[in-house]
Write a protein that binds this ligand. Sequence first.
Ligand SMILES: [Zn+2]
Length: 213
Amino acid sequence: MPIEMPKGLPFSVDTFSPSSKRKRHHFLTHAHKDHTSGISSHFSYPIYSTHLTKSLVLLHYPQLDDSLFVGIEVGESIVINDPDEEFQVTAFDSNHCPGAVMFLFEGSFGNILHTGDCRLMPECLQNLPEKYIGRKGKEPQCCFDYVFLDCTFGRFSRNLPSKHSSIRQRTTEICLPYADNIFFSHYHFKWRRGWGGILCIFFLLIVMFYNLN
Ligand SMILES: [Zn+2]
């Protein structure tokens, strides 16, 4: 669940409340509805997000203007010219839905990792800068001052299915009435009914974009 950034920070992440609106820079980790709540009445430039996240948001909120968004892609660093002092932000894959990223902020306020929603696998951590995680037996050179971590399932006692098995399960549920054969390993589908198949692809894309965690 998104939370407001502390008052001293010049940016917001995934919140579009009146108090967030007073921040000078806005970041959006991904396009899920609980992270875009309030964005339709939020017209403050700029909102930093990936291109895919922006496209999904604009589909849902066509009243928003494309020019509100500034693109940042996985692995990209941007220096933000803030009136107080410039800071740097870098986007990393959060292994969540398509377009989802986590943000690493580095500035005079400290080093802050905001994960948004994430499926934090070892590979995700390996993508972070070496100075924070260390490699090949080396100790990290510095640490994060703050980590904002989404803990929706932090106390969930049952095992969560893998991302791959979730996709497989949803695909089966949606497509089975229409498909003669589904070959997941090659993402090849053989359709029994023309329009049914097309609708099936449509709903499959919707599910993959919005429902998978
Ligand atoms: Zn999400």
